[in-house]
Write a protein that binds this ligand. Structure first.
Ligand code: AMP
Length: 193
């Protein structure tokens, strides 16, 4: 499976630590270098805006998917390669998922968590078999990982499902892990078909 388009979920705020923004820019650099298109929520605020701007400055292609309600609030990035305006949040997530070959969550708030968990749930029920990664900048997601490991220990989450997620703090290692996961998954697909 080639990773041509990657969907990134990330904060509509930039967070307190400077490294959230610097790792976001670093990831943008790696993706542009590999000719990967960015699919994201279309906003111009927080880490979303930083990510899209970094991509565009480096000459990358950026597609945003935004529901009408956020467009009206002038939160949409106006300089994107392409902006899809959809009716609802549900349509947005479905379109972001169908346009993308893989998904990465950067630090963010409840919107980011919801997007990560939804796409992970869709994998669980075989809606897709695309790689999912978490860029755990500055241990931001450490408490979540501890909680998820607790879910495995308590029997509510199969360990195999948790290990599907590529969980890295360094953008370069995350990208390499995503590529490995993509070739593993396309190997599995061939065996299953
Ligand atoms: P949050 O993590 O709560 O800041 O929400 C960020 C995520 O929710 C992003 O990945 C977006 O898809 C979506 N989102 C939240 N706020 C906005 C906004 N102002 N403009 C565009 N997308 C947003």
């Amino acid at each position: 499976m080639e990773l041509r388009s990657v969907c990134v979920f990330c904060g509509s705020r930039r967070g307190k630590k400077l490294e959230y923004a610097s790792s976001t820019r670093e990831l943008a650099g790696i993706l542009v270098e590999h000719n990967v298109r960015l699919i994201y929520g279309g906003g111009n605020v927080g880490l979303m805006g930083i990510l899209a701007d970094a991509f565009l400055e480096l000459g990358g292609w950026v597609e945003g998917v935004i529901p009408k309600v956020l467009l009206g609030k002038e939160m949409a990035h106006r300089g994107l390669s392409r902006l899809h305006v959809v009716e609802s949040m549900h349509q947005r997530k479905a379109l972001m998922a169908s346009l993308s070959d893989a998904f990465i969550a950067l630090p963010g708030g409840i919107g980011t968590l919801e997007e990560l968990f939804e796409i992970w749930t869709w994998e669980k029920i075989y809606y897709h078999q695309k790689p999912i990664g978490v860029l755990d900048v500055g241990d931001y997601y450490r408490p979540l990982r501890i909680f998820l490991k607790g879910m495995v220990e308590e029997g509510f989450l199969p360990g195999s499902l948790l290990s599907q997620i590529v969980w890295e703090s360094c953008p370069q290692r995350l990208w390499e892990g995503m590529l490995t996961q993509a070739s593993r998954k396309s190997g599995q697909k061939r065996i299953n078909s």
